[in-house]
Design a protein around this ligand. Structure first.
Ligand SMILES: [Zn+2]
Length: 194
């Protein structure tokens, strides 16, 4: 292994809504900045909750980010960096295999690839790209939140429509904050199936 590629790795920070994924991503990027390593932070252009060109955690931390629509845009913009960080990558349009191949390629080239993402959709089903990435990653941190119903450890995102659980046939991706999502445990997570 050459010195240049020795630092290549994939790190996944995953979990449900409100589990502090973006906060942890921002914490790791702060350390990258202190180490003066060249990095670039990307966020999907579909995630516009807090305005373009910024990654913002629910607790208010923020960092400048480049918005992208596809993983190809990330690949094209990652020359001369040591660290590539991506937030909310479940929002990218690409097929799962394409996302995994791109992350592997960057890591093989010696880049530290930092990813913060949901691991499951609102039904509790895995996002395919994330499941595959977790298998090949050097490090996976699965964060949890607290169930708003019972106070247990929450691992799932409950989607609500007018205060009621969203049905299983609702669209997989819908942007929303606390008015539309709650953190819940396995027992309290409800997905009505028609
Ligand atoms: Zn619960």
């Amino acid at each position: 292994m050459s010195q240049q590629t020795a630092n290549g790795r994939i790190e996944i920070i995953c979990g449900c809504m409100f589990s502090g994924k973006t906060e942890e991503l921002i914490r790791r990027i702060r350390r990258v900045k202190i180490a003066r390593q060249p990095f670039r932070l990307f966020t999907p252009s579909r995630d516009t909750r807090y305005g373009l060109n910024q990654v913002t955690s629910h607790s208010g931390s923020r960092l400048e980010a480049q918005t992208v629509r596809s993983i190809s845009e990330v690949l094209n913009a990652c020359h001369d960096v040591k660290v590539v960080a991506m937030d909310e990558i479940h929002f990218l349009d690409d097929p799962p295999e394409r996302i995994v191949a791109a992350c592997q390629q960057m890591a093989d080239q010696g880049i530290r690839v930092l990813i913060a993402t949901l691991d499951q959709d609102f039904r509790g089903e895995p996002f395919a790209a994330i499941a595959l990435l977790m298998a090949v990653a050097e490090r996976v941190d699965k964060l949890s939140a607290i169930c708003v119903c019972c106070g247990a450890e929450a691992t799932r995102s409950q989607r609500l429509i007018n205060g009621h659980p969203a049905p299983a046939d609702a669209p997989t991706l819908m942007l929303g904050g606390r008015e539309m999502y709650e953190a819940r445990c396995r027992a309290c997570h409800i997905v009505p199936r028609s």
